[in-house]
Design a protein around this ligand. Structure first.
Ligand SMILES: Cc1ncc(COP(=O)(O)O)c(C=O)c1O
Length: 335
């Protein structure tokens, strides 16, 4: 059986999730009449403490809507060079969201440097874009922001008349890792989106949360983007199942990633470059990334390259036995 460490987006719905999809009550969600979507959105409000929530098709759509509404034509969003909105969303924030990204300094792991922010204060000038939004990605490549940093970014943004949007695609990994509830993380952001389709294991969907006024506008923009869905409660049911069953188990993914990290550290050829929650990034020495990837592929273990490093991501796809197999294969590799 193939062990897939390419990403936590390759997860397959379990039988319980498939049953939840099959038996879901549905209605026309464009009219707000899908009871399962409405329940999922209520869960989003309870989990984040935000007054309103919208089910969107993807993390990219959630980020785009949040940026377009809080930034937009003639405005800038502050973000890091490594952020998903910059690197992996086909420039949607500018091509559709009409917003200009401004890159702020980050650590080698990609976390925003809070002490660098003061250099980005800007007073009004007729010929300069307004800086209206700061975007924080938590986790960034598996690494959790210290909550103090998140507070500092939010405090700085507010002191400078800006909003904060959190791309919390994997915020539940941060919740499980730190024990800090989502309501606490969400206090320091105006809007937040999180994915049901990553480690939580649903086939699709993200929740975008914020104020009532923001979500009302977001609903219209979702429609404009072609993202109004009808009997989508089938997929929302998968999301509810994921939130009810698959959050605490992320802890196992973190343990599996830690075991893989420890095995890599013992080799002479791998150097850990980034590590956090369910992701391990490493460089290869005395060999090449492609050689290592090829060797593992022969053992039916898949992983990818990212940012020039090898990257292994654990998920619900990978159980204890599979983790042992990965560890044995790491130990068996000779450059
Ligand atoms: C950090 C981050 N944000 C946003 C997204 C986008 O999510 P989606 O693939 O659902 O559009 C991803 C996807 O991998 C991601 O890793």
């Amino acid at each position: 059986m193939t062990i897939d460490l390419r990403s936590d987006t390759f997860t397959m719905p379990t039988q319980g999730m498939r049953d939840a999809i099959y038996t879901a009550q549905v209605g026309d969600d464009v009219y707000g009449e899908d009871p399962t979507v409405n329940r999922l959105q209520e869960m989003g409000c309870q989990l984040t403490g935000k007054p309103a929530c919208l089910y969107v098709s993807s993390g990219c759509m959630g980020n785009l809507i949040a940026i377009a509404l809080q930034c937009g034509r003639g405005c800038e969003v502050l973000c890091t060079r490594e952020s998903h909105i910059v690197c992996h969303e086909i420039g949607a924030l500018s091509s559709i969201g009409l917003s200009q990204p401004t890159i702020v300094p980050s650590t080698p792991e990609g976390l925003m440097l809070t002490d660098g922010l003061d250099a980005f204060k800007r007073s009004y000038s007729y010929d300069m874009a307004d800086r209206t939004l700061v975007e924080v990605e938590n986790t960034t490549s598996g690494i959790v922001y210290p909550i103090e940093k998140v507070k500092a970014i939010h405090g700085w943004a507010k002191a400078n008349g800006m909003n904060v949007h959190t791309d919390g695609a994997r915020i539940f990994n941060a919740v499980v890792e730190t024990g800090i509830p989502l309501t606490e993380w969400a206090r320091y952001t105006d809007t937040i989106t999180f994915c049901l389709s990553k480690g939580l294991g649903a086939p699709m969907g993200s929740l975008l949360c914020g104020s009532n006024e923001f979500i009302e506008k977001a609903r219209r923009l979702r429609k404009l983007l072609g993202g109004g869905m009808r009997q989508i409660g089938f997929m929302a049911a998968a999301g509810i199942y994921a939130l009810e069953n698959n959050v605490d188990r992320l802890r196992q993914d973190h343990e599996h990633a830690a075991a893989i990290r420890a095995a890599l550290e013992e080799t002479g050829w791998a150097k850990i470059e980034r590590f956090g929650t369910n992701m391990v990034f490493f460089s290869c020495h005395g060999t090449t990334n492609q050689d290592v990837i090829g060797y593992f592929r022969k053992h039916d273990i898949l992983f990818a390259e990212d940012a020039g490093f090898c990257r292994m991501v654990t998920s619900i796809n990978v159980d204890d036995g599979m983790t042992d197999m990965v560890v044995r294969t790491i130990r068996g590799y000779r450059p």
